[in-house]
Design a protein around this ligand. Structure first.
Ligand SMILES: *[C@@H]1O[C@H](CO)[C@@H](O)[C@H](O)[C@H]1NC(C)=O
Ligand SMILES: *[C@@H]1O[C@H](CO)[C@@H](O)[C@H](O)[C@H]1NC(C)=O
Ligand SMILES: *[C@@H]1O[C@H](CO)[C@@H](O)[C@H](O)[C@H]1NC(C)=O
Ligand SMILES: *[C@@H]1O[C@H](CO)[C@@H](O)[C@H](O)[C@H]1NC(C)=O
Ligand SMILES: *[C@@H]1O[C@H](CO)[C@@H](O)[C@H](O)[C@H]1NC(C)=O
Ligand SMILES: *[C@@H]1O[C@H](CO)[C@@H](O)[C@H](O)[C@H]1NC(C)=O
Ligand SMILES: *[C@@H]1O[C@H](CO)[C@@H](O)[C@H](O)[C@H]1NC(C)=O
Ligand SMILES: *[C@@H]1O[C@H](CO)[C@@H](O)[C@H](O)[C@H]1NC(C)=O
Ligand SMILES: *[C@@H]1O[C@H](CO)[C@@H](O)[C@H](O)[C@H]1NC(C)=O
Ligand SMILES: *[C@@H]1O[C@H](CO)[C@@H](O)[C@H](O)[C@H]1NC(C)=O
Length: 542
């Protein structure tokens, strides 16, 4: 009890001490440009028409394929200049249908579009395996309050709590490997796309996929995928510009919101006001990352029960910059390690996928107003040729504790790189990080660190506060500067913090970290069980 009270008083003291600092920093923080994206409104070539699939012969019985009727209704709507194609209540089993410019599918409440489960239900090319697909279309959308369902459970060969074993359509040569299954909804090279008020459920593979799109608005909709099914990502955004995702509810086995770059850059994505649960990463940039990612904003998001919170898995040479994560509440925990993710609330990595890959850099990341409860710490790892620079953490509140019985002690560099590596966990693990956030010449860095270890019911509270009068990596010749360490003061004291072991003084431990990363108003409440050793660590120790 006494220790608990002490924690509270420290926290209170801490907020008072930092209130001015927070203000100064916030006024220096510019939000990135993404909020200026203009939202698409569907434009029609003439007076929009409304066409029911029932009038084109769809039965909605869920047994016989309605593919031709649905396609016929879409084509008629397109020929008439655009409008709505209505699915009245019923179950519409279908092979791939192609959405055309000016057409909005209105899948009404109690109506379900059911994706076919046979290989012949999909086009020959694997890149076009979707239940609903728009290619080179403009002014297209899906709405209506109903559902599109990929019947993903029909693709399970063996149900497994760890990870389901799935069918793979790799016999024809159109696709190889163990991930050959159809996606649910795709927009390829399309503009002015809007998806809202619809439920996308049980995809066999990725759920909602944007490829080289511009001006996409996804809002007030939900995605649900089986929690044990691999690859059933929520929203994958490839090589697309100006995407807005808001008020979405995403509950999937695999990554929830996943921007990637295969053939071109990705600019201006915002994802806000949403709720996410996933057995992999809630937000993941990459791992496909051949081109640039720039101008992304993630704001007001709740992440629960996930394997990883905010992740950057950069592997292919693309550069990442100007990304803001704000007002995000994260809970991350361990699951079976066959899923990428190790309970990290924040995970920022860039390293070459393999010995043919180049390495991208990551710069200008802002994490502000983040609260996390997690079973593992923050992992920030660049590589020799792919540095992380200018990462800012403002008002970040991390709570570490263990509540599952999965083993810890594995660091996850997948895919590629070093793979899974045995190494103890860290509160903030950092490698190949350069450049402190360029702030005013007089800056105060306060790292507050208090950990609590439960040992036979005794609670130990530790608190370390460091003040840095002036960071002098700006090369003005300040004699106090240490080439490597900069102007850290008062650090040559004995290492009083047992969570920072392995060096004779705190300076050795912390100068590396502080010089390369501005952790301002960051706090770590560390609750550890007997299986878990949390510590600061750096490349130099490995
Ligand atoms: C990204 O958004 C900014 C600000 O609205 C805009 O100026 C820029 O053109 C956008 N980028 C692209 C590629 O559309
Ligand atoms: C949908 O189905 C439910 C349950 O069968 C029924 O109560 C409801 O009236 C239906 N709604 C519509 C719009 O058909
Ligand atoms: C086809 O998929 C199965 C099941 O995932 C997998 O075991 C097999 O290796 C794959 N074969 C090829 C040629 O990709
Ligand atoms: C996104 O914007 C960039 C920069 O303007 C451009 O090169 C790229 O082609 C755009 N992508 C799409 C899909 O419009
Ligand atoms: C944050 O998002 C939630 C929905 O997840 C919404 O209810 C709430 O109003 C949003 N808060 C703000 C400040 O927009
Ligand atoms: C990433 O940035 C580096 C350094 O500016 C540049 O050499 C490289 O071409 C960039 N990579 C890509 C894919 O644009
Ligand atoms: C974050 O979420 C957890 C669990 O959902 C909740 O207990 C906590 O109050 C939330 N914190 C904030 C700051 O919203
Ligand atoms: C690259 O990796 C491949 C496969 O692991 C290996 O066969 C090859 O020898 C490596 N090449 C170099 C230059 O290291
Ligand atoms: C962070 O939270 C504070 C306090 O709730 C708020 O005033 C500030 O606007 C938030 N910052 C951002 C970037 O949302
Ligand atoms: C990690 O350690 C476990 C046991 O502690 C061992 O079984 C496993 O082989 C090790 N993995 C690697 C990659 O060293």
């Amino acid at each position: 009890m006494t220790a608990g009270i002490r924690t509270v008083s420290l926290r209170f003291h801490y907020y008072v001490a930092l209130s001015t600092l927070i203000f100064i920093i916030c006024t220096q923080t510019e939000s990135h440009a993404s909020s200026h994206i203009t939202l698409p409104s569907i434009r029609y070539r003439s007076q929009p028409v409304t066409i029911s699939v029932a009038d084109h012969g769809a039965t909605g019985g869920g047994v016989h394929y309605d593919t031709e009727s649905i396609q016929s209704a879409i084509d008629a709507c397109w020929s008439a200049g655009g409008g709505r194609v209505v699915f009245p209540p019923g179950k519409y089993l279908t092979a791939t249908v192609f959405l055309k410019s000016g057409v909005v599918l209105e899948v009404q409440k109690n109506a379900t579009i059911l994706g076919g489960t046979r290989l012949e239900d999909y086009p020959a090319e694997q890149s076009r395996w979707y239940v609903v697909l728009a290619e080179d279309a403009e002014d297209v959308g899906i709405t209506g309050g109903g559902e599109i369902n990929g019947q993903g459970l029909e693709f399970v060969v063996r149900f497994d709590e760890r990870k389901n074993v799935m069918v793979s359509w790799n016999q024809t040569g159109a696709c190889s490997g163990d991930e050959c299954r159809p996606r649910l909804v795709g927009f390829i090279r399309s503009r002015n796309v809007r998806v809202w008020d619809v439920h996308l459920n049980e995809p066999a593979y990725w759920c909602l996929h944007l490829v080289q799109c511009d001006n996409t608005y996804i809002h007030d909709m939900s995605i649900y995928g089986d929690f044990n099914t691999p690859n059933n990502d929520g929203i994958d955004i490839d090589d697309s510009n100006n995407t807005v995702i808001t008020r979405c509810n995403i509950n999937t086995g695999d990554d929830a919101i996943c921007p990637k770059t295969y053939d071109g850059p990705l600019y201006n994505l915002t994802a806000t006001n949403s709720w996410i649960r996933t057995k992999s990463s809630a937000i993941k940039l990459g791992s496909a990352s051949w081109f640039e990612f720039k101008g992304l904003l993630f704001n007001n998001i709740t992440i629960v029960d996930s394997h990883r919170g905010l992740g950057l898995q950069i592997r292919d040479g693309g550069n990442v910059s100007d990304i803001t994560f704000s007002n995000i509440n994260i809970t991350t925990r361990y699951y079976d390690p066959s899923w990428w993710g190790r309970a990290e609330p924040i995970y920022v990595t860039t390293c070459p996928r393999d010995n043919t890959s180049s390495t991208g850099s990551i710069s200008n990341l802002l994490f502000v107003n983040i609260t996390a409860t997690s079973e593992n710490g923050v992992f920030l790892s660049g590589s020799k040729s792919g540095r992380l620079s200018n990462l800012k953490f403002l008002n970040v509140d991390l709570n570490y504790k263990r509540w599952t019985s999965y083993d810890d002690g594995l660091v996850d560099y997948r895919p590629g790189c070093q793979g899974l590596v045995n190494r103890s966990s860290a509160g903030f693990m950092m490698e190949h990080i350069v450049e402190v956030a360029p702030l005013a010449t007089t800056m105060v860095v306060v790292v507050s660190w208090w950990g609590q270890q439960l040992v036979d019911g005794v609670v130990v509270v530790l608190w370390t506060a460091l003040r840095l009068a002036k960071d002098d990596d700006d090369g003005d010749g300040d004699k106090d500067d240490d080439d490597d360490a900069g102007a850290l003061k008062d650090l040559a004291k004995p290492n009083i913090n047992p969570w920072i072991p392995g060096a004779s003084n705190r300076r050795e431990q912390l100068n590396w970290a502080l010089q390369r990363l501005s952790i301002r108003n960051a706090q770590a409440h560390i609750f550890t069980g007997p299986n878990c050793a949390l510590r600061f660590s750096s490349t130099k120790q490995f």
